[in-house]
Design a binder for this molecule. Structure first.
Ligand code: AQP
Length: 333
């Protein structure tokens, strides 16, 4: 069955292995299936929900675009664009925020995590972030949305909002209810410094993540310094319970090699972390280094990246512009 794919990544710098294994790697597989229509968005409106430096933001938009292409997304097959270029996203977000009850938003755990203790000082944008995400997805009639496990709750909200809009305005199936595409295994990559914390761009410690622009030496060094426990590696999955660091490193190894955790446990069961670490550094650098080299090459070709984004925005505008017009008609504008 042909799928309409929509997903986005924030241009907030430090794109890392979690973004790659949780999302971008799936984007590439979906892009490679000729039956799919794919739209990959650099979600710069989402990025400004926390303060951004103007020049840094501009660079990060290009770097995220370069990362998409360097990872294997072909801009002649998939639409790649940045969100702020297509007005319908913000307009749709406002309309949907007028139908989504606050109670639904109050349940979003990502806001609680990101706002932390200082909730009063967090931006309103951070609070309504999932509504902008719903607008992004629903404007393109996306059937499937590939994301990491951390975005599952936001996707459920998108589905609820679509159902509510269709019901409130008596327009059955106008907003298409999308399906999440979340990989069953290893859809949440954890910090290298704390197996209970998500690997994230905003972690102050660079040693907590493998950046997609890291050199081979940096990768080797980070894996060497990754947190471990004091036991040897188990050979059965249930023995990974309460061993988050072991589970994370074995999971990363399996995911990069596209192999099952069972196979990895067979390979490393009874061995020490040092054996796993040296193999992991090897497979990671052979996967990441070519992407990293290509990002560094592409980032110097600003004209090319800007052209990809401009062409993508024109195509996206055609689709989203039409949908927002219909949406406005339905609500009585
Ligand atoms: N650790 C992760 N494991 C698996 N998937 C992940 N994703 C992010 N972190 C992990 C997935 O990457 C896609 C793009 O994410 P994003 O850039 O839009 O925002 P994010 O989820 O907020 O990413 P970070 O790194 O955690 O950023 P900060 O530190 O700014 O909060 C999404 O599909 C996400 O699931």
């Amino acid at each position: 069955m042909s799928k309409k794919i929509f997903s986005g990544v924030q241009p907030t710098g430090n794109l890392h292995l979690g973004n790659y294994l949780g999302a971008i790697k799936n984007f590439v597989d979906l892009n490679n299936d000729n039956q799919n229509e794919c739209i990959f968005c650099v979600v710069d409106l989402h990025a400004i929900t926390v303060k951004q430096d103007k020049d840094q933001l501009k660079n990060n938009i290009r770097e995220t675009t370069a990362t998409f292409i360097a990872s294997g997304i072909d801009p002649s097959k998939s639409i790649i664009f940045n969100q702020s270029k297509v007005h319908a996203h913000a307009e749709g977000s406002w309309i949907l925020s007028c139908m989504a009850p606050m109670g639904w938003l109050n349940r979003m755990t990502q806001f609680k995590e990101k706002a932390g203790k200082d909730k009063e000082k967090a931006s309103v944008g951070l609070y309504i972030y999932p509504i902008l995400m719903a607008s992004d997805i629903l404007l393109y009639d996306a059937t499937h949305v590939p994301v990491g496990e951390d975005q599952k709750q936001h996707l459920e909200l998108t589905r609820d909002i679509a159902h509510k809009f269709n019901k409130d305005f008596d327009c059955v199936d106008f907003l298409r209810v999308p399906e999440p595409l979340i990989k069953k295994d290893f859809s949440r990559i954890m910090s290298l410094k704390d197996g209970l914390k998500k690997m994230s761009k905003s972690d102050p410690s660079d040693l907590s993540r493998i950046n997609l622009t890291d050199t081979k030496d940096e990768i080797i060094n980070k894996i060497k310094k990754a947190k471990t426990d004091s036991f040897s590696l188990p050979n059965e999955e249930h023995k990974l319970k309460d061993r988050p660091e072991a589970e994370n490193l074995l999971g990363i190894y399996s995911s990069v090699l596209n192999q099952t955790l069972d196979k990895t446990l067979e390979e490393f069961g009874g061995k020490n972390f040092s054996d796993l670490k040296s193999q992991l550094a090897e497979v990671l650098s052979s996967k990441i280094s070519p992407i990293s080299d290509e990002i560094k090459k592409l980032i110097n070709d600003k004209n090319y990246l800007d052209k990809v984004l401009a062409e993508g925005a024109n195509k996206a505008e055609e689709i989203a512009g039409k949908k927002i017009k219909e949406m406005k008609k339905i609500i009585g504008f």
